[in-house]
Design a protein around this ligand. Structure first.
Ligand code: HAM
Length: 552
């Protein structure tokens, strides 16, 4: 079949005649049509042609135009315009097509942004992330916790709870190719519970583990809240006393101190769900309503009071119960909490004990008793805590609490547990705003480069021996001018540049430039490794290696 140019099919009578002819042809062939049917590339197969006469009859005009993509194969493109669009001239239609093609082309281009709410970590971002993780890791290790990990993809069941938590509503869940319901973990605690449960009999208690999971939540994006974040988690299993909470708070405050934050920058609100549990028990509210009540009370800060009151009533709590609950959570110090729940309260005694331990650890100044802190996760059963910036500009920095019954909800035997999750996003906002993020260089000890291609072998040997000595060495991989190499070394923050030049090599030497001072030294190749290594442990390389160094 021959291609027929659109130009030849103007709005002339000839065109109309032709389109009428074509319409008849198409009807006869029962060509498939759609709103803007565009078939291009090759002649329609009979199967493609064998359907839909009706829509075609409603069309007013047809245009055939040459497809532009394949020169070698003759083919046609047919566009049918819906009658509703009115009778437009072929120029307008051609323009329309062009627009669509451009749009398609645009759509075809790769979107260079990561999915909304997620982040790319370019090397400089990665440096900062590693710096943060390393601080966290060190604190966890100093407290004798061990690192663990789990898959980011879990069975959906692990996270679906019925207490109306945000975290369940924000689940990234889907069906995999095997028809299983799965989810990207929104938090680590259920995975940890699964792991502990699976090996429960073989684990030596207490289990003290930490991890850095990436967590996924379909969140409304606000400052410090994203759709993916990393969380430092530390958890203790098998300890029912507040000694475990105290140890965890010690880790958190140790981190704050190490990074340069003070108790004037950050506070940690502490309370206990035991307070609410005692109030509800005294008012004969069934246990079954405990988790959902806590999740609602947690929303007090975010939603209007009337809305929460309404939800609590809808949950089946009488108005007097609701009033009592709202009254108790106003307490901000021990005397008022004691007045609210009585001196014999177990929850109160635990809180007092925790503050006592905090004094011994020397982090009491960071703690703030605040009965309104309940936390939004259904599984907490006892002490809960949440770090906040004292300026009140950011959302919670970290949060955690005791969850002694989580294993029961998975059909296991209860096992006391407490832990926290500490996100990377909010703390980085805070540290940046306070200028507490150091500028981190690549940590490059030396750049080695050969002035001529023929000297690359010697440069390789030099780099290899320096690396074997434990130094971080960048080897110049392509021919460059000395000036460029020195500039590059400066950009990378290298301490030394080892220049492998023909003159020096002729004397079995290389030239070493100290980037900080600009001083240059001719160093015997045989001594290069020990010369450079020693400069990192002595204040004066010259004094340590006077014999092997010839000042240039
Ligand atoms: P969480 O309060 O849901 O607790 O999260 C803990 C921390 O993770 C928050 O305080 C915040 O730093 C960070 N975070 C949470 N969601 C986001 C987000 N969308 N964007 C950025 N950061 C976020 C838990 O996840 C519990 N599993 C913690 C825990 C461990 N409890 C006991 N053990």
């Amino acid at each position: 079949m021959r291609s027929i140019g659109a130009k030849r099919l103007g709005s002339s009578t000839r065109t109309q005649d032709f389109t009428t002819l074509l319409a008849v042809f198409c009807v006869l062939m029962k060509v498939t049509t759609c709103r803007a049917w565009h078939y291009s590339g090759r002649i329609a197969t009979s199967r493609q042609m064998l359907s839909g006469i009706g829509p075609l009859l409603r069309r007013k005009s047809f245009i055939i135009h040459p497809a532009t993509s394949t020169k070698s194969r003759q083919h046609i493109s047919i566009t049918a315009n819906a009658a509703a669009e009115g009778s437009r001239g072929s120029a307008a239609v051609a323009q329309d097509l062009k627009n669509r093609e451009t749009q398609k082309e645009r759509q075809g281009k790769l979107d260079l942004n990561p999915p909304r709410g997620t982040r790319d970590f370019y090397p400089e971002d990665m440096r900062t992330r590693s710096w943060l993780f390393e601080l966290w890791r060190q604190v966890a290790r100093d407290h004798a916790f061990e690192e663990y990990d789990a898959p980011v993809l879990e069975s959906e069941d692990l996270f679906v709870r019925k207490a109306g938590e945000e975290v369940t509503e924000q689940l990234y869940n889907f069906e995999d190719k095997g028809g299983r319901r799965v989810a990207l973990r929104p938090e680590m605690t259920p995975s940890l519970a699964r792991m502990v449960m699976a090996k429960r009999n073989g684990l030596v208690m207490p289990v003290k583990w930490f991890s850095f999971p990436q967590c996924w939540r379909y969140e409304r994006m606000t400052r410090g809240r994203r759709r993916e974040h990393y969380q430092w988690n530390m958890d203790v299993w098998g300890v029912s006393g507040v000694e475990a909470e105290a140890e965890l708070l010690s880790a958190i405050t140790t981190f704050f101190k190490r990074v340069g934050l003070t108790a004037e920058d950050v506070g940690i609100k502490v309370s206990s769900r035991g307070v609410l549990a005692e109030v509800l028990a005294a008012l004969d509210v069934p246990d079954a309503k405990f988790s959902a009540t806590c999740v609602l009370v947690d929303k007090l800060e975010k939603l209007p009071l009337e809305a929460i009151q309404g939800d609590l009533t809808a949950l089946g709590l009488e108005e007097s119960v609701v009033r009592r609950l709202l009254d108790v959570v106003q307490s901000r110090d021990f005397p008022s909490l004691e007045t609210a729940i009585g001196a014999k309260s177990t929850a109160l005694a635990q809180l007092r004990q925790l503050f006592e331990y905090a004094r011994a650890y020397n982090f009491e100044e960071w703690l703030v008793l605040d009965a309104s802190v309940v936390r939004g996760l259904a599984y907490y059963t006892g002490i809960v805590f949440e770090a906040f910036d004292r300026k009140g500009e950011l959302r919670a920095i970290c949060g955690g609490g005791r969850y002694d019954k989580l294993l029961e909800t998975f059909g296991g035997e209860a096992l006391p547990a407490v832990g926290f999750g500490f996100g990377d996003a909010v703390i980085m906002e805070l540290l940046e705003s306070k200028g507490l993020v150091p500028s981190l260089s690549l940590g490059l000890d030396a750049l080695v480069f050969a002035m001529e291609a023929g000297l690359q072998g010697i440069a390789i040997r030099a780099a290899t021996s320096l690396r074997a000595a434990g130094l971080t060495v960048d080897l110049q991989l392509e021919a460059r001018k000395t000036k460029w190499a020195l500039k590059h070394a400066d950009r990378l923050g290298a301490t030394y540049v080892v220049i492998v030049g023909p003159e020096e090599v002729a004397g079995c030497n290389v030239r070493v430039k100290e980037m900080a001072t600009g001083q240059q030294h001719v160093v015997a190749i045989a001594n290069l490794e020990s010369w450079i290594s020693a400069t990192f442990t002595t204040t004066s390389p010259e004094s340590a290696f006077a014999d092997s160094v010839n000042r240039s």
